[in-house]
Write a protein that binds this ligand. Structure first.
Ligand code: G6P
Length: 484
C-alpha cells in the first residue's frame, strides 16, 4: 500500500484519475478535511498525488480493513473528479470554493483555531465572515456524510476543521454512531474563552458519542470548559448532554511500525542512508529536523540553538552537520511566509558564519520528500531534533524511534509535544528555554552509546506496543461498545 507519512509529508506516487460511480452506502465513513489524495496542477496537465498530513496514512489503513468510504476535500478547485478509489478505499469529494478556501480553510481553521489551539503562539484572528464560512462548509460535510453512511453505520470525524459536524450530522442521521478525534491539542479554558463562538464549537462536538484526544490533559481541558459553558454535566470521561451520554478519552495516535521496520530493512533505503552521510561529508554526527514548515514546530529555535553551539565551539563544522527538512505548508498565510523568511535568514546566518565552501553547517531543504527518503534520513541521523512549542502528538518522533532498529540514535523532544507523555527515553526539553535546548542537544550528542541504547530501547518498546492500527481499533471499538 502506498503510504504517506505522519503530519508532514508529500508526494510519493501518482494515483490514476477517474470518474466516481454512484457509491453504495458504507458501514464506516471517515470524514476529514482532506482526502488522502490531492490534485496538483503543476505537473503535465495535473495529477492526483497522496495528500500531506497526519491523517492520510493512519486512516487509509483503517478504511482498507473496513471497506469504508473517505469523505473530504481534494485540495484544489481546478480539478476533475477525484479517483473513485485509492489504495482500496472509496473516495467522495466535498468541494470548497475559492472564497471558502480563504475563509474556512486559511481563515477560521488555520488563522483562528490553529493558533488558538496551539497556545496562541500567533495571535488568533476572529472574523465573523470566516465563522460563517466554517459553518457553511461544516454543513456541507455533514450532509455528505449523512448521504453516504448505511443505516446504523459509523461516521468518524477528524480534526479541528470539522468540529461542528457531529451535532449537524446527529440532526440529519440520529441512527448512526458518531466519533470525533482531535489530532491537535485542546487548549486551556483561559485561551478557549477568547473564541467568540466557543459555545457553538463545544455543542458541535457534543453531538458525538465519543470524543477522542491525543492526551488526557486535552480531554480534561475540554470537559472543564464544556461544563462551564454548556449544559453538559458529569465526570471528565462521561458527560451527559441533552439526555445523551458523550464519552471522552485519550487515544494517542501512532505510526505503522511494521511498515517502517520493513523499510529500514530494505537494502535500497539503507544504501541511501549511507549515501546521505557521504554526501554530507562523512561527519561524526548528523543532527536532523523533519517538520511541516509551521511556526508551532520550533524550527527557528532549534536552528538558533545549533548556531550558538557552533559559535560556542561545542559543535565543530565538518564534524557535526545539521539537516532540516521543512515541508511546504499553508504557504499563502502571512505567518507561514514570515516563518519561512525567518528560517531562511537563520540558516544563511549560520552558514555564513560557520560554513565553508562545499560544507555548510546546516542543510535546509524546503521541499516535499518521499517517505522512503525520510526513512533514509532517519537512518542517517545520530540525533533527531523534535522541538515544537506545542504539538498534538508529533509522529516524526515516533517514526524516528521506529527507524532505529539497532537501538542507536538519540531523540531530543519537546515537553510540549503529545509524544512526550509516551517517549520517556528522550532528552526532554522546554523549547522556549534556549540554554536548556542547547544543553539537551549537548547531552544527546555526548551521551554514551550505552545510555543512548537504554533510552532508545525504552522508547521502542513503548512505541511497538501501540501502532496506528491499535489507535484506530481502540477508538472504533470504544465507539461501537458504548450505549446508544
Ligand atoms: C496537521 C493537522 C491535519 C492537517 C495537517 C496538514 O497534522 O492536524 O488536520 O491535515 O496538519 O495541514 P493541511 O492544512 O495541509 O491539511
Amino acid at each position: 500500500m502506498t503510504q504517506v507519512r505522519s503530519d508532514e509529508i508529500g508526494p510519493a506516487s501518482k494515483v490514476p484519475s477517474g470518474v466516481s460511480p454512484r457509491q453504495p452506502l458504507a458501514e464506516l465513513v471517515v470524514l476529514a478535511n482532506r482526502l488522502p489524495v490531492r490534485y496538483s496542477s503543476s505537473g503535465d496537465g495535473g495529477e492526483w498525488l497522496p495528500s500531506p498530513g497526519g491523517l492520510a496514512s493512519a486512516l487509509t489503513a483503517v478504511l482498507v480493513k473496513n471497506n469504508g468510504l473517505w469523505v473530504g476535500w481534494p485540495g484544489s478547485s481546478d480539478h476533475g473528479a477525484p479517483p473513485p478509489e485509492y489504495d482500496g478505499i472509496q473516495l467522495k469529494a466535498v468541494d470548497i470554493s475559492e472564497e471558502e478556501y480563504a475563509e474556512y480553510y486559511l481563515g477560521f481553521s488555520n488563522a483562528t483555531l490553529w493558533p488558538l489551539y496551539h497556545d496562541a503562539i500567533r495571535y488568533p484572528e476572529f472574523h465573523r465572515s470566516w465563522w460563517q464560512s466554517y459553518q457553511a462548509v461544516n454543513e456541507r460535510f455533514a450532509k455528505a456524510a449523512a448521504e453516504s453512511v448505511a443505516p446504523g453505520g459509523t461516521v468518524w470525524i477528524q480534526d479541528y476543521q470539522l468540529q461542528l459536524v457531529p451535532r449537524l450530522l446527529r440532526r440529519l442521521r440520529p441512527d448512526v454512531r458518531i466519533g470525533f478525534f482531535l489530532h491537535i491539542p485542546f487548549p486551556s479554558a483561559e485561551l478557549f474563552m477568547q473564541l467568540p463562538w466557543r459555545r457553538q464549537i463545544l455543542e458541535g462536538l457534543l453531538g458525538a458519542d465519543l470524543i477522542g484526544f491525543q492526551v488526557h490533559s486535552d480531554a480534561t481541558n475540554f470537559a472543564r470548559i464544556t461544563r462551564r459553558l454548556t449544559s453538559a454535566d458529569g465526570p471528565s470521561t462521561h458527560l451527559s448532554f441533552e439526555g445523551r451520554s458523550v464519552r471522552l478519552g485519550a487515544y494517542p495516535i501512532s505510526v505503522d511500525c511494521a511498515q517502517i521496520s520493513e523499510m529500514v530493512a530494505n537494502p535500497a533505503i539503507r544504501a541511501r542512508a549511507t549515501a546521505i552521510r557521504l554526501e554530507l561529508g562523512n561527519p561524526t554526527t548528523v543532527l536532523l529536523g523533519v517538520d511541516r514548515l509551521d511556526y508551532t514546530k520550533g524550527i527557528g529555535q532549534r536552528i538558533r540553538a545549533v548556531s550558538e553551539l557552533y559559535a560556542d565551539g561545542f559543535l565543530v563544522p565538518g564534524e557535526h552537520v545539521m539537516v532540516q527538512i521543512a515541508v511546504p505548508s499553508r504557504e499563502s498565510d502571512a505567518h507561514y511566509e514570515d516563518e519561512r523568511r525567518t528560517l531562511e535568514q537563520l540558516v544563511s546566518g549560520a552558514n555564513g558564519d560557520q560554513g565553508h565552501v562545499g560544507s555548510p553547517v546546516i542543510h535546509y531543504i524546503h521541499q516535499n520528500l518521499a517517505f522512503e527518503e525520510l526513512v533514509a534520513l532517519y537512518l542517517a541521523a545520530d540525533v533527531m531534533l523534535v522541538t515544537p512549542f506545542r504539538d498534538g502528538m508529533n509522529l516524526v518522533a515516533k517514526e524516528y524511534v521506529m527507524s532505529r532498529a539497532d537501538m542507536t540514535g538519540r531523540l531530543v523532544l519537546s515537553e510540549f509535544a503529545g509524544a512526550a507523555a509516551e517517549l520517556r527515553g528522550a532528552f526532554m526539553v522546554n523549547p522556549h528555554d534556549l540554554d536548556g535546548l542547547k544543553e539537551a542537544i549537548c547531552s544527546a550528542v555526548k551521551a554514551s552509546s550505552k545510555e543512548a541504547k537504554t533510552r532508545m530501547a525504552r522508547m521502542r518498546r513503548h512505541t511497538l506496543r501501540r501502532t496506528v492500527y491499535d489507535w484506530a481499533d481502540s477508538f472504533l471499538t470504544a465507539l461501537s461498545d458504548g450505549e446508544r
